[in-house]
Design a protein around this ligand. Structure first.
Ligand SMILES: Cc1cc2nc3c(=O)[nH]c(=O)nc-3n(C[C@H](O)[C@H](O)[C@H](O)COP(=O)(O)OP(=O)(O)OC[C@H]3O[C@@H](n4cnc5c(N)ncnc54)[C@H](O)[C@@H]3O)c2cc1C
Length: 397
C-alpha cells in the first residue's frame, strides 16, 4: 500500500497535521482510541489553548524556534475552529480556555476535520520500523497479529513524550530521531508535583489537603498561582509550573502572601490589638491550619504584643520566603509533559521537517518545545501540526 503521508500518533498534533496535510494521509496509533490525552486533559474539559499564548510561555534550548509556527497558526485560529464547530467554551482563569461540556468535543472536532479531507485512521496498530527508501519511506506495522509494509513520501512523528506511560506514552519518537541521526535534548518530567524527604514531609503531612494562593520561585522564575499540600509533597498550578524550572539540588521559595507587605501588616496588627495570639493574627492572613503551622515552625507563641520587631520580621520572612528543597518529583507517572526532546537545531522552524532528511517531520511534544501549564502545550500541538501539514501539502509529490 502506498500513501502520500503517514503520521505516527493520533494525538493532538498528529490529528491536526492530518487535517492539513492534503490527500493520501494515514494516521497510525497503537492506542484503542484517538486523542486519549485530550480526553483526560483539563479535568475532562480540555484547556485547549490560552488567549495570551506567546513564545515567552515555552521552554526550549532555542527559545526562538517556536515563534514561526505560533505566529502562523495562533490561538485565535484554533478558537475560530472551535467556534465553527459550535463548541461552547469559557475562560477559567489567566486566559485559559476550557470546553463548557467535555474534552471529547475537541476529539470530535479533530476527527471531523480529518474526515473532511479523507484522512484514514488505524488504531490498535503497532509501528515496528521506519526506514528510508529511494523515493520516501517504508513503515512496517502490525495490526491484529498481521504485519504489513506501507510506503509513503512523508513520515510525521507525532508520538508525544514519555509522560503517563499508562496512557500509551512510549518515547518512540526519540528512538526514531536517534535512528535518523537527529540530536536529542535530555528529557525530564515537567508540570509535575514535587516530593520531599522525610524531615520536610513531617512538616507538610499535617497540612495535606490545604490549598492557598502563593508565589513560588526557583532559578529566577516565579509563578503566582494556587499551591496545594498533599501527603506526597507539594502540587497545585504554581508548583507544576515551577517544576519545569527546578533542577535536583535547588530549593524552591514559597511566598504565601504575595499580595501583602507582611512585615508592615504584622506590626500594624500588634499596634491595633496586642493581646491576640500570634497564630490568631496569622489566621487573618492565611488559612487557619497553615497559620498555626507557621507559628509553630517559627517557634513563636503568646501574644503578639510580646514580640519584638526582629521576631515579627523573622515571622514575615517565614511567610514570604519559605524555602524548601525537594528531593525529586513524582516523575513521568503523573507529569503532564516531557521537557526536552528532538533538538530543534535539526528541524526547520517553518515546516518541522528534519533539515537533513527530506520528508521526515517531528511535531508536538516530541520536539524540544514545552509550554507552561494553561493550554500552551495544546497550542504548540496545533501550531506545529498545522505548520507541518501546510508544508507537506505544498511539497512537490
Ligand atoms: C493529565 C494531563 C492533562 C493535560 N492537560 C492539558 C491541558 O488541559 N492543556 C494543555 O495544553 N495540555 C495539557 N496536557 C499536555 C498535552 O496533553 C500534551 O502536551 C499533548 O497531548 C501533546 O500532544 P502530542 O500530539 O504531541 O502527543 P500526544 O497527545 O501524547 O499523542 C501521542 C500519540 O502517539 C501515540 N503513540 C505513542 N507511541 C506510539 C507508538 N510507538 N506507536 C503508535 N502510536 C504511538 C499515543 O498513543 C498517542 O495517541 C495534559 C497532559 C496530561 C498527561
Amino acid at each position: 500500500m502506498a500513501y502520500q503521508t503517514i503520521i505516527l500518533g493520533a494525538g493532538a498534533a498528529g490529528m491536526m497535521c492530518a487535517a492539513h496535510a492534503g490527500p493520501g494521509v494515514l494516521v497510525i496509533d497503537h492506542a484503542k482510541a484517538p486523542g486519549e490525552k485530550i480526553r483526560i486533559s483539563g479535568g475532562g474539559r480540555c484547556n485547549f489553548t490560552n488567549m495570551y499564548a506567546a513564545p515567552e510561555n515555552f521552554l526550549s534550548q532555542n527559545p526562538h524556534f517556536c515563534k514561526s509556527a505560533l505566529s502562523r497558526y495562533t490561538q485565535w485560529d484554533f478558537i475560530d475552529l472551535v467556534a465553527q464547530h459550535g463548541i461552547a467554551y469559557h475562560e477559567k482563569t489567566l486566559g485559559q480556555l476550557f470546553c463548557d461540556s467535555s474534552a471529547k468535543d475537541i476529539i470530535a472536532l479533530l476527527l471531523a476535520e480529518m474526515e473532511k479531507v479523507g484522512a484514514e485512521l488505524r488504531l490498535r496498530t503497532s509501528v515496528l520500523s521506519v526506514a528510508k527508501t529511494e523515493s520516501g519511506f517504508s513503515v512496517e506495522i502490525e495490526q491484529d497479529g498481521t504485519r504489513e509494509t506501507l510506503n509513503c513520501a512523508n513520515v510525521v512523528i507525532a508520538t508525544g513524550g514519555k509522560s503517563i506511560p499508562k496512557m500509551g506514552a512510549t518515547g518512540f519518537g526519540y528512538q526514531i530521531a536517534r535512528q535518523f541521526g537527529l540530536p536529542l535534548i535530555e528529557t525530564r518530567p515537567a508540570l509535575v508535583p514535587l516530593t520531599f524527604g522525610e524531615d520536610i514531609m513531617a512538616d507538610l503531612k499535617p497540612l495535606a489537603g490545604l490549598s492557598a494562593p502563593a508565589r513560588v520561585s526557583c532559578n529566577g522564575t516565579s509563578f503566582e498561582e494556587g499551591l496545594l499540600m498533599t501527603h506526597r509533597g507539594l502540587s497545585g498550578p504554581s508548583i507544576l509550573q515551577i517544576s519545569s524550572y527546578w533542577r535536583e539540588g535547588d530549593a524552591v521559595t514559597v511566598n504565601l502572601a504575595p499580595e501583602m507587605d507582611v512585615k508592615t501588616t504584622l506590626k500594624a496588627k500588634r499596634q491595633e490589638n496586642g493581646r491576640r495570639q500570634v497564630s490568631t493574627v496569622l489566621g487573618d492572613l492565611l488559612p487557619a491550619r497553615l497559620a498555626q503551622h507557621l507559628a509553630g515552625i517559627s517557634g513563636l507563641s503568646g501574644n503578639i504584643a510580646d514580640l519584638a520587631d526582629t521576631a515579627l520580621d523573622h515571622l514575615a520572612a517565614t511567610i514570604t520566603g519559605w524555602s524548601l528543597k525537594p528531593n525529586g518529583s513524582e516523575g513521568y507517572r503523573t507529569a503532564e509533559v516531557t521537557l526536552g526532546g528532538v533538538n530543534t537545531d535539526a528541524l526547520s522552524s517553518k515546516t518541522m521537517q528534519a533539515k537533513d532528511i527530506p520528508g521526515l517531520y517531528f511535531i508536538g511534544e516530541v520536539v524540544d518545545v514545552t509550554g507552561w501549564l494553561g493550554g500552551y502545550n495544546f497550542q504548540w500541538a496545533w501550531s506545529s501540526g498545522w505548520a507541518a501539514g501546510q508544508a507537506i501539502q505544498q511539497r512537490p509529490a
